[in-house]
Design a binder for this molecule. Structure first.
Ligand code: NAI
Length: 347
């Protein structure tokens, strides 16, 4: 099958090429369009039965309509999150949307804990200081993670691994999730309402998906309810936090420190080298000025294991679709199996 692949990063191509070589799979022709999917670039995929996208791509309703009009019947997400896809419109069009629901929860969970340790022990500042032969410890004091209370919002695949790591540190873990995960309760994790979690936690880490219910879940009111000096970690999706409210809380010295791997408007920034450009996003620029804010550019997933699994599942999803079967665990939305497009023997 011919697959138009948007937003391929240089590091990603080898994983995608390696994934496509299993002898028991149909052969696919992967064409990198060297563009981000958007209303302006959707027509580049005309004639491709399958399109593959990454987290920064725009699969809103008008974009999906353009893809569908061009003959696309499969949208293969190279991600677990699907908040960038208008699923209702995909269902209406009969466009199959397949994702990679679980590739390596450890990659994101370990990154979230890495953000906690970096902010707590100031590794980023210590690195620069020692390189400048400044061996003073002033301002670098942290706290023992052991004995602290950490709130985990969303205890699905990734959140459960975070709970396990934090339990190993000797933290008391509180959780909030509409669905109780027995693996977490077995660890001693206590599910409490958010109103109780916010004021009790020294650290709060977000692992819920971005949905209408979780958009700006971390609002001004939620931030105000958190313990003064609390640390907030977000490796889920940027818009779970109201960034303007977060900035106000940081300016008021209420929130103690913030570790972000995601940002509400990251689509225009992340995965690009903008080092010689002026950042136009004033909200992001302000966030970067705080000494107690540590930002990584959506790299939680970025391990060899996760990239291998993402590429392989994406190719498997395309193969399954072509063979007229779909792994229900990978399907997003309620669409029925669309008719398999004609096979293209070329790779
Ligand atoms: P998952 O679907 O296994 O777990 C999500 C959990 O959040 C579920 O248990 C669900 O019940 C819960 N949830 C839903 N609404 C909630 C609410 N209002 N409050 C509290 N919990 C709620 O998803 P998984 O694999 O654990 O991933 C979580 C999120 O992490 C993804 O949706 C994605 O946005 C993000 N992610 C980030 C990556 C990165 O590189 N930074 C990579 C992969 C995922």
């Amino acid at each position: 099958m011919r697959i138009a692949v948007y937003s391929v990063q240089p590091w990603e191509a080898p994983f995608l090429l390696r994934a496509g070589t299993r002898p028991d799979q149909p052969r696919h022709e992967l064409v990198s369009l060297d563009a981000r999917l958007s209303p302006a670039t959707a027509n580049l995929a005309a004639g491709f039965p399958a399109v593959s996208i990454f987290v920064g791509d725009d699969a809103s309703a008008p974009v999906l309509r353009t893809l569908h009009a061009g003959g696309t019947r499969l949208l293969a997400l190279r991600s677990a999150g699907f908040n960038h896809v208008d699923i209702a419109e995909a269902d209406r069009l009969g466009l199959a949307v397949l994702r990679v629901p679980a590739y390596s929860p450890h990659s994101v969970a370990e990154h979230a804990v890495g953000l906690m340790l970096t902010l707590n022990r100031h590794f980023h500042r210590a690195f620069n200081r020692v390189r400048e032969q400044n061996f003073s410890l002033s301002g670098l004091m942290g706290f023992d993670m052991h004995g602290k209370t950490v709130g985990v919002i969303g205890t699905g695949t990734i959140g459960a691994v975070v709970c396990r790591i934090l339990s190993g540190f000797g933290c008391a873990v509180l959780a909030s999730d509409p669905v109780t995960n027995p693996a977490c309760t077995a660890l001693g994790v206590q599910y409490v309402p958010l109103a109780e979690l916010y004021p009790r936690c020294d650290i709060i880490t977000l692992h819920c998906p971005l949905t209408p219910a979780t958009r700006h879940l971390i609002s001004a009111a939620a931030l105000a309810a958190m313990k003064p000096g609390a640390m907030l970690i977000n490796t889920s999706r940027g818009a779970v936090i109201d960034t303007r409210a977060l900035i106000a809380s940081l300016k008021a010295s209420h929130i103690g420190s913030v570790g972000l791997d995601v940002y509400e408007e990251e689509g225009d920034l992340f995965f690009k080298d903008l080092s010689d450009q002026v950042i136009q996003d004033d909200v992001f620029a302000r966030l970067m000025t705080f000494p107690n804010v540590f930002i990584t550019a959506h790299q939680g997933f970025f391990t060899r294991e996760a990239c291998t699994a993402i590429a392989q599942t994406t190719i498997d999803n395309a193969s399954d679709f072509e063979l007229g079967r779909i792994n229900p665990a990978n399907r997003v939305g309620t669409h029925h199996l669309a008719p398999a497009p004609p096979t293209n023997a070329a790779r």
